[in-house]
Design a protein. Structure first.
Length: 389
């Protein structure tokens, strides 16, 4: 990430004045619990030490002027002509936050924004949630609104759902807001209760980027959500007033799975068993059983590959390559799938070695470079600097 002083100078060159607030929000990697969040289930993500910065300064007109260093692109939009859906630009994320703020009758001024970050875009590390959360955090401080952390999380989720058009759950925005250094965050996505879970100090998180990019809003992501909802609708005939796949046990699903279409049954099986794996993973961490935690990660990937069908050859190869490396306890795809990254839990003394080996082997197989990141669990969103009194 660029130094804060350099970010400040770039803002001044672009907009002719200094930023009033600079906020940061981290990306995330999910250790286990994939495609469970929009099913009212359980997840275990960590906020990582890669983040998005948003610098803001208020304007006297109604324009939202933004410049993205990542995209080397300027965009302008009027706060009086925000419209939902059909978006395809980075500016849609802060615009979506603005739309949500205005819908709550908060007095939002025109704003100059500068955006920078080192979260890889489209890699499954939730650069989008980090941008949403950083934007909302900056505006909250600029405008001195008394918004709670939970309100910020909900605003950012609704911005991505309703304005950008991605039917994501709440995990990404939640951990980007509420992450804690040295901990994973267990989240119950139904009641939004959470618990910080200490991570063993002798383990490192290795993220490996396949370089395969996907666009969530136009991928199979929304279809998977619809398939899960169809499973709930059909299973209500036998299980009563269930609200989501969260309410179904593995035994109940097995009993009635032949009443479901084959594809729907496999989608439901992944989610139901994945919820159970998250709870087992919590027990494994509490018991100091890193080996079991890693095995649960491996099982998660197989389920995502076979039952949920959101993997791809590059992700599968990356997981297989990691499994051959000394010190790698578990590996799985992370994020929505169809490309992006794998997450690996590695004994710290082997982390750098594993990263180099996986990079080399992946390049040999696909003639495509792979980026690897040895990550640490970080704190959630915060203010880096402010001139607001």
């Amino acid at each position: 990430m660029i130094p804060l002083e350099e970010f400040w100078q770039i803002f001044r060159r672009r907009f002719g004045r200094q930023p009033e607030v600079v906020a940061r929000a981290p990306g995330r990697v999910n250790l286990i619990g994939e495609h469970t969040d929009y099913n009212d289930g359980f997840v275990l993500p960590v906020a990582i030490d890669r983040e998005i910065w948003v610098g803001v300064a208020g304007r006297e007109d109604r324009l939202l002027n933004g410049f993205s260093l990542e995209h080397e692109s300027f965009a302008q939009i009027s706060l009086d002509s925000l419209s939902r859906g059909g978006k395809s630009s980075w500016i849609d994320y802060p615009a979506g936050v603005a739309h949500q703020l205005l819908s709550r009758s908060l007095p939002l001024p025109g704003t100059d924004l500068l955006i920078a970050g080192d979260v890889p875009v489209g890699a499954g590390l939730s650069s989008s949630a980090a941008l949403l959360v950083a934007s909302a955090t900056a505006w909250k401080h600029l405008c001195k609104w008394n918004l709670s952390q939970r309100e910020i999380i909900q605003i950012c989720k609704q911005a991505e759902n309703e304005y950008v058009g991605v039917a994501c759950g709440i995990m990404d925005q939640y951990v980007s807001c509420a992450g804690r250094k040295g901990h994973a965050l267990f989240i119950d996505c139904r009641d939004l209760a959470s618990k910080a879970v200490p991570l063993p100090g002798a383990l490192s998180i290795l993220v490996c980027d396949t370089g395969v990019r996907r666009e969530l809003a136009t991928s199979e992501y929304n279809r998977r959500r619809a398939e899960c909802e169809e499973g709930v609708r059909l299973l209500k005939k036998y299980l009563g007033d269930i609200r989501a796949l969260r309410d179904i046990t593995p035994d109940q699903l097995e009993k009635y799975r032949d009443r479901l279409p084959e594809v729907t049954a496999r989608r439901c099986r992944h989610v139901v068993r994945e919820n159970a794996r998250v709870l087992e993973a919590l027990d494994a961490l509490a018991a100091g059983d890193s080996g079991k935690f890693g095995r649960l990660m491996n099982e998660s990937h197989e389920s995502l590959r076979r039952d949920y069908e959101v993997s791809c050859p590059e992700l599968d190869a990356m997981v297989e390559l990691a499994g051959k490396e000394p010190g790698v306890l578990g590996a799985r795809m992370t994020g929505a799938g169809f490309g992006g990254c794998t997450v690996n839990v590695v004994e710290s003394e082997f982390a750098e070695r594993a990263a180099r080996a996986i990079q080399s082997d992946y390049n040999r197989l696909f003639s495509r470079p792979a980026a690897t990141y040895v990550c640490a669990a970080s704190d959630g969103a915060s203010i880096l600097m402010t001139n607001v009194e």
